[in-house]
Ligand binder design. Structure first.
Ligand SMILES: Cc1cc2nc3c(=O)[nH]c(=O)nc-3n(C[C@H](O)[C@H](O)[C@H](O)COP(=O)(O)OP(=O)(O)OC[C@H]3O[C@@H](n4cnc5c(N)ncnc54)[C@H](O)[C@@H]3O)c2cc1C
Length: 350
């Protein structure tokens, strides 16, 4: 068995970052990715007006130094989230929203110019598209003493001296069969490990102009009274594409898209006035319906529960199988920063 060859499962930020770091150390990498799309929980969508909208990961801040360093290495520019002007907080449906201003002293959040997908595209360019096999869903992993045997959903097999999974632990344990079985302890832990944002609903409303800015509104809205829970201005860095974007109440996945859209526009019109109804396009993504990210939990699992648990950082099958991915990171697990920290930790072991 060629010990220079490594298989990585999953082409999200963790998988791509591990591949990039291990290639730099001289390893031959193959990434197996179930989806047609590369990027996992990072997905930037371009609207009809050219605005780039994040349906997945968006923000980071100064404590996320590993991510910031990577962006700087790759010369990928980033910019401060727009928050100036009047913001709104809806506490109850039957009272008008409270107005407030976000202080300049608050820790700034940043976004990547052109969209978070810029980082994924750069990593794919570095790793080489030819080393990423998409539409390859791993179903079965077997320890064969001197190697690991992987079988995909089409029955095709792959053999490697070392294999690294970057699936969120809950998904790994629920969707892949192992022989011999992983320990009951690890199985129990993974079943109780939250996949960050797995249940979330992202929405964006594209506009021809940033009408809210003209009225000195920041575009920020927090609400515990209606469908939109949290929303921000999503204008492009070059001020050439405009949207409002945020999170809907996760429970509204039971409604139809049309019903959610109607409720969103009604809430926006109530807060920002009739101009909010003159939108270009409504976009949304229901992450809980993405089987390559989320599966329902058997019992209640709290946000970030067991994220960063040290058990995940122990190698398995006699140092041939490794569990990585953002949820396993020792710092900022669940976030993009965690995905990079986890990748660096694995790469340091080779
Ligand atoms: C809506 C949303 C908003 C977010 N907002 C932020 C934010 O603002 N800031 C922030 O820092 N983070 C945010 N995050 C979290 C961030 O996206 C993740 O931490 C990061 O992208 C995780 O990367 P990963 O590679 O560890 O996992 P993933 O991106 O989940 O990658 C795992 C990959 O494995 C693949 N896969 C799954 N099953 C199989 C299989 N059986 N075989 C082969 N491949 C498989 C998947 O398709 C996927 O590509 C957000 C996430 C979501 C969903």
């Amino acid at each position: 068995m060629n010990s220079n060859k490594i298989i990585i499962i999953g082409a999200g930020l963790s998988g791509l970052m591990i591949a990039y770091l291990l290639q730099k150390k001289g390893f031959e990498i193959t990434i197996l990715e179930a989806n047609e799309r590369i990027g996992g929980r990072i997905q930037t969508v371009t609207g009809t007006t050219g605005v780039t909208m994040e349906m997945g990961a968006t923000w980071f801040s100064n404590p996320h130094q590993n991510l910031i360093e990577l962006l700087e290495d790759f010369k990928i520019p980033y910019f401060k989230q727009h928050t100036s002007g009047i913001s709104f907080f809806e506490t109850m449906s039957f009272v008008p929203p409270q107005k407030f201003e976000i202080s300049d002293a608050e820790e700034s959040s940043f976004r990547i110019e052109g969209g978070t997908a810029q980082l994924i595209e750069k990593l794919v360019e570095k790793v080489g598209l030819q080393n990423i096999k998409t539409k390859t869903k791993v179903d079965f992993i077997k320890d064969c003493e001197d190697s690991i045997l992987i079988t995909d959903s089409n029955g095709k097999t792959y053999s490697s001296a070392k294999v690294i999974s970057t699936l969120p632990p809950h998904l790994l344990i629920q969707t892949i069969k192992f022989e011999p079985a992983l320990s009951e302890n690890l199985e129990r832990l993974a079943k109780k490990t939250h996949t960050w944002m797995g249940e979330s609903i992202k929405f964006a409303v594209e506009y021809a102009t940033p009408f809210w800015r003209a009225n000195n509104y920041s575009g920020t809205l927090y609400s515990q009274a209606s469908i939109i829970q949290e929303m921000y201005d999503h204008t492009n860095a070059d001020n050439k594409g405009f949207a409002l974007k945020g999170f809907l109440n996760g429970g509204t996945y039971t409604l139809s898209q049309e019903e959610r859209k109607e409720k969103v526009i009604l809430q926006l019109t109530k807060v920002f006035g009739p101009e909010a109804a003159r939108f270009v396009k409504y976009h949304e993504k229901i992450w809980r319906e993405e089987p390559l990210t989320f599966l329902p939990y058997e019992e209640l699992v709290m946000g970030h529960e067991n994220n960063g648990n040290a058990e995940y950082r122990k190698s398995l099958y006699n140092n041939k199988f490794f569990i990585s991915g953002s949820e396993t990171a020792s710092q900022n697990p669940g976030y993009m920063e965690g995905a990079i920290v986890a990748a660096k930790n694995i790469a340091s072991q080779f």
